[in-house]
Design a protein around this ligand. Structure first.
Ligand code: SAM
Ligand code: SF4
Length: 330
């Protein structure tokens, strides 16, 4: 098991498949992009599948989420999913994506064994989308969402980040649209994980703001906290149900004490937390001449044992991690 000194057990693995992306969301990346990881530094498909096999068969991982950067940019994605679906026990598998290219790949991903997708979409307005992501791809995302739903990658969840002065008036419209299209909407508070270090706590839209805005149009009933478990989203029934809306309040209502995550970057580093400032190298052990699954599992366990109690966001000495969200795997 991947247990830490606070007794938390990690059963959910987030795997970043690439640090590259075809969008430039302002809260994530600068316009010019970033210095991408060099190819030899990236884990190969075989190495990724091996690490997931070790995690699932030896370390108690039950769920695998593929992310990035933009995971649909990884050429071997369908093959990786297919090989992971053949593992015993079979992990639950999902994908966090900006949705561009999902129209083409949704069926193949479902056939390979992917269970569901989370698609990121912050606005229903194409012009605002262009300002937020610096690319004119709104239609592609909407088409990707429909393809995911039609392929049965359900429940399709939609992740939205609200940015002051850009889309902070859209919460009720996004929820009405999600309910109509059978998507489960989750708002994510903006976190200090942008490469440009432009995050300001004062300016951010909080969970409280989002809920107040939604309540101008919908009746929200909180789901019992026991249902929350270790899921980061607090959820509300919309107008009595069955549709729900979630808010991931990582900044104002952190859920660190129930965290069940471990993370793997595209270059083979274990991270215990999005906000961790240290990483543990698994790639060297993977590529060593005498590379053994036992040794890799041992290093992974040791890394997780050192997981800190919380993100440290509220600590005056908080330091933003060197790597941005796109390189960690969001
Ligand atoms: N490219 C994919 C996507 O956008 O879904 C996967 C990677 S992205 C880093 C994962 C999620 O992180 C997205 O839902 C995105 O909106 C969110 N995200 C990125 N930067 C963020 C930030 N600074 N604060 C909160 N969420 C952020
Ligand atoms: Fe790309 Fe996702 Fe970051 Fe947007 S949030 S720039 S889609 S990695």
């Amino acid at each position: 098991m991947l247990i830490d000194t606070y007794g938390r057990v990690a059963t959910d693995l987030r795997v970043s498949l690439t640090d590259r992306c075809n969008l430039r969301c302002t809260y994530c990346m600068p316009e010019e992009g970033l210095q991408w990881l060099a190819k030899p530094d990236l884990l190969t498909d075989d190495e990724i599948v091996r690490l997931i096999r070790i995690a699932v068969t030896r370390l108690g991982i039950e769920e695998v989420r593929f992310t990035g950067g933009e995971p649909l940019l990884r050429p071997g994605l369908v093959g990786i999913v297919e090989r992971c679906a053949a593992l015993e026990p079979r992990p639950k598998m999902s994908l966090t994506t900006n949705g561009i290219g999902l129209k083409r790949t949704a069926e193949a991903l479902k056939a390979a064994g992917l269970d569901r997708v989370n698609v990121s979409l912050d606005t229903l307005r194409p012009d605002v989308f262009k300002t937020l992501t610096r690319r004119d791809r709104h239609r592609d995302v909407l088409e990707g969402l429909e393809a995911a739903r039609d392929a049965g990658l359900t429940p399709v969840k939609v992740n939205s980040v609200l940015m002051p002065g850009l889309n902070d008036d859209e919460a009720p419209d996004l929820l009405a649209w999600a309910v109509e299209n059978d998507y489960e909407l989750r708002f994510i508070e903006q976190m200090p994980l942008d490469a440009q270090h432009g995050w300001k706590r004062d300016g951010m839209i909080t969970a409280g703001d989002i809920l107040a805005s939604l309540r101008t149009r919908f009746e929200l009933t909180e789901e019992g906290s026991e249902k929350r478990g270790s899921a980061p989203a607090e959820r509300w029934l919309v107008d009595g149900g069955p549709h729900r809306v979630g808010v991931i309040a990582s900044v104002t209502r952190p859920f660190c004490s129930a965290c069940d995550r471990t993370r793997l970057t595209a270059d083979g580093q274990v991270r215990t937390c999005l906000f961790a400032t240290e990483e543990t190298d698994l790639r060297a052990a993977l590529r060593a001449d005498d590379s053994a699954d036992d040794e890799i599992a041992r290093i992974w366990k040791l890394a997780m044992w050192g997981k800190k109690a919380g993100s440290g966001l509220d600590d005056p000495t908080f330091l933003q991690p060197d790597r941005p969200m796109s390189a960690i795997g969001g």
